[in-house]
Ligand binder design. Sequence first.
Ligand SMILES: [Zn+2]
Length: 121
Amino acid sequence: MICPYCKKEAEWCSNEKIYGRKYGKSYMCYYCKPCDAYVGCHNNTKHALGIMANKELRKLRMECHKLFDKWWQGKSSRRCCYDWLQWKMSLSPQQAHIGMFDKEKCLKLLEILKEEQLTNK
Ligand SMILES: [Zn+2]
């Protein structure tokens, strides 16, 4: 995995290096320390889940998660809300994970959620 920011090879390591402890079931990731960019891997293999994200993108994803969580908590099930998300953004089931979103998708979701909040009070 090449870091998209500095174009150097990223280290394949446990996310302990980032969070200080192993986080999640699949904790292996690619990490570029100088750029503070990383991406998780599928089931601890060397198969990356998407593109590496730097601080800006991670912040956007976090914002998405926060708004999305707030939004689905009033609804019947989280699963339903992911289906909705998938439909609303025309994603495949594999793509309907905020953790895999790039900057554009994050911004789009934030827009959609903010709209939802305005219309469903
Ligand atoms: Zn880098």
